[in-house]
Design a protein around this ligand. Structure first.
Ligand code: SF4
Length: 313
């Protein structure tokens, strides 16, 4: 599984088989909360960064093996998936192959481009982000490349919402003190009324962020904002279900593949692999001692990441 990973627990989608279609980390934003760390190389150029034939082969292999039951197949990336110039073709291929809903996660910045909207319209569920509407707050939280223009994004999302036949869930990630002022939230409400997504999913900093100082909002403030945004809005809750029935042997390489995409706790790993928490802890401990992974404390919880300096890098 080079490009496919998981299924991973998604707070929004259930068991999500991820397909990562870009090299690490290819993005046009540098969000303070990014779980992948700092964006070192910005780009706004669409290109076939990874050959489509390789990605298709991987999806086909995973799907035909039947080893990994999943609810949805999610195109995501170690960056922004819309930067892959053949995204639409990949989405159509996955839909015809697996018959499950196909989801695309996007930061929403490229939707002013009609060709990007056309590609996104091949999916069943779209999860575009919109963290801030005011240019100043957008710059603070998302730190865009020069080629990203926030003023055209709301209109692009509105056009996309009109064109798209599936479900569109707008994700808003709120960071304390950056995009949560009353002004920000009022502008966001106006944008939501214009875009008219099916849902608005409010999220906050839940895993170790690119910037250690990025902090989540309190539960109470999230609730206040949810009420203010109206009936479409919801606060996304922690995933809490077992993903795989029965015991399957833990393969360290599988854990590394998962941790490469996002930091996880021992509990997350046990959920994803369907194993007892003690077993996950034992394997993680072994990997720690072999310097394959390292720990990071965030909000009182211990997360594991690949250790780039260690033997497993
Ligand atoms: S959170 Fe997503 S959009 Fe933001 S920098 Fe990370 S990969 Fe890019």
């Amino acid at each position: 599984m080079k490009y496919c990973f998981g299924p991973v627990p998604s707070r929004r989608l259930g068991r999500s088989l991820g397909v990562d279609i870009l090299p690490m980390k290819t993005c046009n934003l540098n969000c303070v909360y990014c779980e992948l760390g700092i964006t070192e190389k910005f780009t706004c150029d669409r290109a076939e960064y990874i050959p489509v034939s390789h990605i298709k082969r991987d999806i086909e292999t995973v799907f035909r093996s039947g080893r990994h039951p999943f609810d949805v197949l999610t195109f995501t990336a170690s960056g922004e998936p819309c930067l892959h110039s053949r995204l639409g073709e990949l989405v159509s291929f996955a839909k015809s192959l697996c018959g499950k809903p196909v989801v695309v996660l996007t930061n929403g910045t490229m939707v002013p481009d009609p060709a990007v909207r056309h590609d996104l319209c091949q999916a069943d569920i779209l999860l575009p982000s919109l963290d801030a509407v005011h240019p100043r707050s957008f710059r603070k939280v998302n730190r865009p490349a020069d080629c990203v223009d926030i003023s055209s994004i709301v209109q692009g999302l509105t056009d996309l919402s009109r064109q798209f036949r599936g479900e569109m869930w707008l994700e808003v990630l709120l960071v304390k003190g950056l995009n949560d002022s009353p002004d920000d939230i009022t502008a966001l409400r106006e944008a939501v009324e214009q875009i008219r997504p099916h849902r608005v999913q409010l999220n906050s900093v839940a895993r170790p962020p690119a910037e250690p100082w990025a902090r989540p909002l309190s539960r109470e403030r999230m609730e206040e904002i949810r009420k203010f945004l109206g009936s479409r809005a919801e606060v996304v809750v922690d995933f809490n279900r077992r993903l795989r029935e029965g015991f399957m042997p833990v393969v360290e390489v599988e854990i590394m593949e998962i941790l490469k995409r996002r930091p996880m706790t021992a509990h997350d790993i046990s959920e994803i692999l369907g194993i007892e928490p003690e077993t996950a802890e034992t394997v993680l401990d072994k990997m720690l001692r072999a310097s394959m992974i390292k720990t990071e404390i965030f909000q009182g919880r211990t997360y594991f990441r690949p250790d780039k300096t260690g033997a497993g890098a």
